[in-house]
Design a protein around this ligand. Sequence first.
Ligand SMILES: [Zn+2]
Length: 229
Amino acid sequence: MKGLRTLDFLSKKHEYTFLNNQNQKVRVHVRKVNNSSINMWSEGKSKKYRDCINLIESAISKTVYNDFPPIIIVSEKKLGHGAISSYDHIDDIIYLNSYFHTSSRIDEILSTQTFAATSFKDIFCHELAHKRHWDAVKGFYKINKNVYNNIIEAKKALDSDLEAYLSKQEFTYLQTNVSYYAATNYRLAKKNNSINSVNEVIAEVLVLDKKADPNLIRIIERELSYEKY
Ligand SMILES: [Zn+2]
């Protein structure tokens, strides 16, 4: 039965540190959620967090994927105002903002049509895509350690086909074919010379699944094939 969790639903403790969306280093103390098939951890145990846990269970059960990393629910104060979720490739964790503990709050953010996501489930698919991308970077570096001096150089090389493809497209390509979020992030990252310029494009394309440009999908699938190494 759903909804009735005993008070001791949180047991094992853990501490995590991450950079939030304001680039501040924050520390959270979380407890593992018992009685769930999903690896979830929660910063709090109030109704808000329990509602979040139920919404996550329902969302994940609607996906076809079974390779989600641990999901950690943290306060908005810690994750940063306006952040929905994020993926930490060092600890291999998806963080979710506990602000999104009601369907109406989730629907409100999705209705802005900023993202490729149209459901809560898609938000987790977006973060899972970030994991796949980083796993591919790690895999590519592992088999090419003699070629690249560090993982950042390897990432640049691995992302280069996608970079080249995007640089040939019209200015409106990403907004029209992927999402507003992918377009603005790509542009901003290019301006700042970020090594992560294609990250959001990859995550958004995986949410669109087969609805994206087939050439773009092909390039991304080839890149992500290194995740198994
Ligand atoms: Zn993202």
